[in-house]
Unconditional design. Structure first.
Length: 244
């Protein structure tokens, strides 16, 4: 009898422990759906947790999204071939949330720094450009607006939120390129060309921004979904009952 009793207590503790594994990190507070709608609930949680969230939540296996390792970016067109490899993008942690609406619209503004290896050959407008080396790209005032629907998935008999079919748009205030070792280190040629490239930064960004921003959005949404996948809705949203 005694041992059965201990066993029951023990299994209760185990269940509690297992359950606690999926509990919210301390900087996120569950919200009460009786007071507000789901989008508002989730908005407040994101605002509160964004700076920490971007650094990852190891206990929930949510990966860090600042910095982001980007896949290789290759621009090939308009007489210019430019590749960035081993690219690392920093800046999401310092994002300012500028808007977050009903449905799920997340709008934020960041200053991004991209470090990569580059290789370039061709022309920017009329000016020849050629070289290979380290690249630093500073993108200022990058405003990204992600819209998404909420969907539900079931995992281990619990309901989880999921962002599906995200769409996005963006705007960039200003970009500065620092491509080291242009023209094999010919400084005069390099300085002139870089200056020209920076005066015409929009031209370059028209090609460079779409693949880079797409990767940021995809990586960010994946991290958010990883988080939603780790925490059942009823832990995130008190009083959550039926499908939306
Ligand atoms: C980006 O940098 C500018 C200054 O260069 C600063 O005024 C602005 O607040 C920064 N924005 C963010 C989102 O950190």
């Amino acid at each position: 009898m005694q041992s059965t009793f201990s066993l029951v207590i023990l299994s209760c503790i185990c269940v509690t422990l297992a359950d606690n594994k999926a509990s919210l990190p301390p900087y996120i507070t569950a919200c009460d759906i009786d007071d507000k709608n789901l989008a508002t609930c989730v908005r407040e949680q994101i605002i509160a947790s964004l700076p920490k969230f971007t650094k990852g939540i190891p206990e929930l296996k949510v990966p860090a999204i600042d910095p982001i390792n980007l896949d290789d970016i290759k621009i090939d067109g308009n007489g210019l071939t430019l590749t960035f490899t081993e690219a690392i993008m920093e800046g999401l942690s310092d994002s300012v949330l500028t808007d977050l609406k009903e449905r799920f619209v997340l709008k934020f503004k960041s200053n991004f720094t991209l470090k990569a290896k580059y290789e370039v050959d061709g022309r920017i407008l009329i000016l020849p450009i050629q070289g290979k080396g380290d690249a630093f790209v500073y993108a200022k005032g990058v405003e990204v607006e992600i819209s998404s629907k909420f969907d539900h998935t079931k995992k281990n008999n619990a309901d989880h939120l999921k962002l599906v079919m995200p769409t996005y748009k963006y705007d960039v205030e200003r970009t500065t390129f620092d491509l080291r070792n242009l023209f094999n280190g010919n400084k005069q040629l390099a300085d002139t060309t870089l200056q020209f490239a920076n005066q015409n930064w929009k031209q370059l960004m028209d090609d460079l921004a779409p693949p880079a921003i797409k990767q940021i959005v995809v990586t960010g949404v994946k991290a958010i979904n990883k988080f939603f996948g780790a925490i059942p809705i009823n832990k995130l949203v008190i009083g959550y009952k039926q499908r939306l």
